[in-house]
Design a protein around this ligand. Structure first.
Ligand code: NAD
Length: 363
């Protein structure tokens, strides 16, 4: 006899239960070849907002895991930033270079529309502004549009400002002052956010070291901000006060941690800790203050939120500035509890969701 109520780690409901999602929508369309998954993690605080990415996943299980992990991350990012948004994310399975068509994207848009605003989408990996325009033709539940289309435009400058605020709060904790003047800072990745961040750091008089996968980009940024360029793998060995990961995830791992000489890690990249439960505590053991990634890179989400729920540039920047105070709170809380900052930030987000959930329990 087949048991139908056993949830294993690999079963679909097993995974959904593990991450505690409210709803997961599987979207399929034979005509266009659309296979997409929309993960709605938690809508206690508001509609689930998060981007759609298109990726050539090697298996459906990999796609499901990605959407579950990413949508849960959005819940925490919104909650800790004080936003009235829930966490969601969508993935479209397939090669963006060969499979993306107007029809496929519009079909996906119809699935988003069917959710009636419970999920609001945005641009993510392998999606362009043009793609979002197609999705927008079928649903109004699209955010992060260009300013020319009435949207909030490029989130990167706001993300950089929030990261800068988080870095200063962490510096205050580590060095007793939040001034970055004369501080030696290694920036990994000088793309959209990294470049705006460098502007702030240069203005404050930091000594900058940087690297980027694209050598020309690194050289250009170095010339503009008076920084030194180092090789991709050398960035971890620099004699610096602060390491700022602004490129990829999982750069805090077994190999890099033992090489870092800094006292602070604060950058905009998502999912910096290869394994939160291992590398979060390992940073504490090494005496390194870690500014939680999903907290200090929330500026972009704050920007998008203003498009959905109202606000202007000034209110967005004021709200993003609060990342400084929240980072301070989280770092103190971690210290008091004897935990690590990522765990303390996650708990703070969960506590807000639980408290507001109770507020909403009566009409
Ligand atoms: P981007 O693609 O513009 O910049 C990333 C840069 O990192 C690129 O210049 C790339 O060449 C470089 N890079 C890639 N691999 C590298 C490596 N191994 N070593 C050094 N450099 C490498 O992206 P972005 O928008 O600036 O975002 C940077 C990070 O911040 C990403 O992890 C992104 O998910 C996260 N993030 C961005 C925003 C935003 O508003 N753009 C918001 C939240 C989080």
């Amino acid at each position: 006899m087949v048991e139908t109520n056993v949830l294993t780690e690999s079963s679909v409901f097993g995974q959904i239960a593990e991450y505690q999602h409210e709803q997961v929508v599987f979207c399929h369309d034979h005509e266009t070849g659309l296979r997409a998954i929309i993960g709605i993690h938690n809508t206690v605080l508001g509609p689930a907002l998060g981007g759609t990415r298109m990726w050539h996943y090697t298996s459906e299980a990999e796609a499901l895991n990605d959407v579950l992990r990413l949508s849960r991350g959005m819940t925490y990012k919104a909650a800790i930033s004080g936003l009235n948004l829930g966490g969601g994310k969508a993935v479209i399975i397939g090669d963006a270079k060969t499979m993306k068509t107007e029809a496929l994207l519009r079909k996906f848009g119809r699935f988003v529309q069917n959710l009636n605003g419970k999920y609001i989408t945005a641009e993510d990996v392998n999606m362009t502004t043009k793609d979002m325009e197609y999705i927008r033709m079928e649903t109004k539940h699209v955010s992060g549009l260009p300013e020319s289309m009435g949207g909030s435009g490029d989130p990167s400058p706001v993300t950089a400002y929030g990261t800068y605020m988080g870095m200063k709060a962490a510096a205050k904790k580590a060095f007793g002052s939040d001034s970055l003047a004369g501080k030696r800072i290694a920036v990994q990745g000088v793309g959209h956010v990294g470049t705006y961040l460098l502007e702030y750091l240069q203005k404050e008089g930091a000594q900058l070291v940087l690297t980027d996968y694209y050598e020309d980009r690194a050289l250009e940024a170095a010339a503009r901000f008076g920084a030194k360029v180092v090789g991709l793998n050398e960035i971890y060995d620099q004699d610096v006060d602060i390491y700022s990961p602004c490129a990829l995830g999982a750069t805090l791992n077994d190999d890099t941690l033992r090489r870092l000489k800094c006292q602070v890690v604060a950058g905009c990249a998502n999912n910096q800790l290869a394994d939160e439960n291992v590398h979060g505590p390992a940073l504490v053991e090494r005496g390194i203050i870690y500014a939680p990634d999903f907290l200090i890179n929330a500026g972009g989400l704050i920007n998008v939120c203003s498009e959905v729920q109202g606000g202007n540039r000034q209110s967005v920047m004021t709200q993003t500035e609060r990342i400084y105070d929240i980072t301070t709170q989280v770092l103190n809380k971690a210290e008091q509890e004897g935990s690590h900052p990522q765990a303390a930030a996650t708990r703070q987000a969960e506590e807000r969701i639980a408290a507001i959930g109770k507020v909403k329990s009566t009409y």
